[in-house]
Design a protein around this ligand. Structure first.
Ligand code: APR
Length: 244
């Protein structure tokens, strides 16, 4: 079957899909933003004021990511793609767990922690196979390197591209996100009206916007359960039996 004729699953993931791999989420009571105020570590102003503190914060994020392993939810999505379904992942996560699980089409909306980029030219991007970024590490144009992440108050450069992917979904699966951050949360509005949308998140009942089907389970249970149905039937649908 031609690529464009195959059922297209678009998956929007957030911190919750990586929680069971040991990576902290942001907005839980014990989440990252509880101990590290956003304005101190995740804004352009913080970077200008105290770059060392910002680098330290992201060094810790990078260490956590390097120690983590993909979990059953990442692996189930990769398996589905391997079986021939068209699977596109748009992730808000800066970790590489989708890629390590084997997914090949992954768009990082908020950047990638294992990359550094120039602070004057975002096109100059460098992999960080080990270690972190130090003050004095510079790009090919001689300017300080910064983490390749999108901070609060910055534009989201790949948003339009992500919107185009979502607009081609036959089913939109949303996993582990509080949908609290714009413009990422607005991606749900870009899905075709006839495409079902499912949210897998323990807090799904409180978080899902109207019209979104709720599967209130952790990612490691909810995602593989859906994938098993889709693999068995070769089509994308929302099995009523899974819903609470
Ligand atoms: N399985 C699925 N979802 C889970 C799990 C789990 N095991 N554990 C927690 N969650 C859910 C929480 O219920 C919550 O809805 O994950 C979500 C995490 O929400 P946030 O911490 O707000 O993370 P996210 O939505 O990814 O944040 C978006 O905000 O700070 C920025 O740039 C950062 O990309 C991030 C963006």
């Amino acid at each position: 079957m031609a690529e464009a004729d195959r059922p297209h699953l678009v998956v929007l993931t957030g911190a919750g899909i990586s929680a069971e791999s040991g990576i902290q989420t942001f907005r839980a009571a014990d989440g990252l933003w509880a101990d590290h105020p956003i304005e101190a570590v995740a804004t352009p102003e913080a970077w200008h004021r105290d770059p060392e503190r910002v680098l330290r914060f992201y060094d810790a994020r990078r260490d956590q990511v390097r120690r983590a392993r993909p979990n059953a939810a990442h692996k189930a999505l990769a398996r589905l793609e391997k079986r021939g379904l068209r699977v596109s992942i748009v992730t808000q996560n800066i970790d590489d767990l989708h890629e390590r699980a084997g997914s090949r089409r992954v768009l990082h909306l908020h950047g990638e922690i294992l990359k550094a980029r120039s602070s004057v030219d975002p096109r100059l991007c460098y992999q960080l196979p080990r270690g972190g970024i130090r003050l004095g590490d510079v790009c090919d144009k001689g300017s300080q390197l910064r983490p390749d992440v999108v901070w609060f108050g910055e534009a989201v450069p790949r948003y339009a591209e992500a919107g185009e992917i979502v607009a081609e979904a036959d089913l939109l699966l949303v996993v582990g996100t509080s949908l609290a951050v714009m413009p990422a949360a607005a991606l749900l509005d870009q899905a075709p009206l006839e495409a079902p949308c499912v949210l897998v998140d323990p807090e799904a009942h409180d978080l899902a916007p109207p019209g979104v089907t709720r599967l209130a389970r952790p990612a490691r249970e909810g995602v593989p359960a859906l994938v098993r149905h889709w693999q068995r039937e070769g089509r994308l649908w929302v099995p009523e039996t899974l819903l609470d």
